[in-house]
Design a protein around this ligand. Structure first.
Ligand code: DSN
Length: 449
């Protein structure tokens, strides 16, 4: 257990002193910034926002109720809020080249639900990627409300192949077309939550047109890569694009929807009043900050470095003996099949061992995983967060070595302590919030962060 006291000298934000009479919470916030600063953040859906995003998220805009949309609110006093939301909408449309943006969804899941609600009747058929091949829960998982309201049919990836030139495990567009022709979906969903390759919207568009379906592209994961020009932009090809603002886009936790003017009213009505009440305008303001940051030249450089780092990490992991699903990556994300490395090692065990060594990532199903989702045979890693801290390809090689060492010697506490100590040393050179962390690291090695 990490020990952090209110008097440790750590600040959680420029407003730290405003929390001074709540030492319990101050200690917890200090502990979390300490965890984020002293362990490696390799969860593919996480990032470190800028202090400007933190400031907007913690602003007085949290006080305001503003059901409705700019110029059409149900409560008074929304003159400033209207300008904030318009700023966020304008920045989103400009960033992605879209005609319309809805910036109110509280999350990516809500954004997806809103699109289904806008475009479908209950019982309609939707074709999306299966969860165990990389799709998201809201792409029709049996565990999600989406599959209870609409009828989901699935496509997946091609089988793995031993040919290094054609390793397989990429989206099987023949299957997408076959299932679409057979099932006649009203909506096709492109996009994934655990897929390490670029997804081209054009073949999806052709298949959707051939069967008279709408196309939704969920860019929750690569939104920042799209904004930064490192991933093709599906806006204008897909009818609707959904995204999250907190993954590669590096903004606050939340979602957004992009579409043409033809669907603007239906999408807006589906978000509010269809699914949500009052929007979180402090988060909308933070989204506006993030959209601006993502439009700067430095963000293009960031997006390119995210991909270069993921590829460097992938190569180094392969050299450690890990099998990479699809043979590598061309985005921010890597999926490891642990079985060739160690047939006995599950994703769950690997995640827990690495957590103890200060390396944070998540277990993940791999295509056709024989183990259940809570156990899995895979790990998912991402490069977005540590790239934000300034880590580059030499650090990626070091990280792969630490992961291999920890997992190879997972029963040896002394080795795990050494790995934890190396992680601490590595993180010490790349603090995510140097302007906030004012005290010395307080984690103890092997403390698990
Ligand atoms: N939980 C997110 C992820 O980790 O990809 C998706 O919603």
């Amino acid at each position: 257990m990490t020990e952090v006291s209110a008097g440790s000298g750590r600040a959680w934000s420029p407003f730290d002193e405003w929390l001074a009479d709540d030492p319990e919470l101050v200690a917890l916030l200090g502990a979390e910034i300490d965890r984020q600063s002293t362990t490696l953040q390799l969860i593919a859906s996480e990032n470190f926002t800028s202090p400007a995003v933190l400031a907007a998220s913690g602003s007085v805009l949290t006080n305001k109720y503003s059901e409705g949309y700019p110029g059409r609110r149900y409560y008074g006093g929304n003159q400033v809020i209207d300008e904030v939301e318009n700023l966020a909408r304008d920045r989103a449309t400009s960033l992605f080249g879209a005609e319309h943006a809805n910036v109110q969804p509280h999350a990516g899941a809500t954004a997806n639900l809103a699109v289904y609600q806008a475009l479908l009747e209950p019982g309609d058929t939707v074709l999306a990627m299966s969860l165990d091949h990389g799709g998201h829960l809201t792409h029709g998982s049996p565990a999600s409300i989406t599959s209870k309201i609409w009828r989901f049919v699935a496509y997946g990836v091609s089988p793995a192949s031993a040919d290094p030139e054609a390793p397989g495990e990429t989206i099987d567009f023949d299957e997408v077309a076959d299932v679409a022709k057979r099932e006649r979906p009203k909506l096709i969903v492109a996009g994934a939550t655990a897929y390490p390759r670029v997804i081209d919207a054009r073949p999806f568009r052709e298949i959707a047109d051939a069967v008279g379906a709408r196309l939704m592209f969920d860019i929750a994961h690569p939104a920042g890569l799209v904004a930064g020009g490192a991933h093709p932009n599906p806006v204008g090809i897909a009818d609707v694009v959904t995204l999250t603002t907190h993954k590669t886009l590096r903004g606050p936790r939340g979602g957004a929807i992009l579409c043409g003017q033809d669907l603007a009213k239906a999408i807006d009505s589906a978000v509010f009043p269809g699914l949500q009440g009052g929007p979180l305008e402090h988060v909308v303001a933070a989204k506006a900050v993030a959209f601006r940051e993502a439009s700067l030249p430095s963000f293009r450089d960031y997006a390119a470095r995210v991909v270069a780092n993921a590829q460097s990490l992938a190569r180094a992991l392969a050299a450690e003996g890990f099998r990479l699903v699809s043979g590598g990556t061309d985005n921010h994300l890597i999926l490891i099949d642990l079985r060739p490395f160690d047939a006995e090692l599950t994703g769950k065990q690997a995640q827990e061992v690495l957590d103890r060594a200060g390396i944070t990532l998540n277990r993940n199903t791999i295509p056709d995983d024989p183990r259940p989702p809570f156990v899995t045979s895979g790990l998912r890693l991402g490069s977005a967060a540590q790239t934000t801290t300034g880590m580059g390809t030499p650090e990626m090689a070091r990280i792969a070595g630490l992961i291999g060492r920890a997992l190879r010697h997972r029963a040896n506490e002394a080795v795990l302590r050494e790995v934890r100590s190396d992680v601490l040393d590595l993180c010490g050179g790349f603090p995510p919030y140097p302007q906030l962390v004012t005290g010395p690291p307080v984690s103890s090695p092997a403390g698990g962060g």
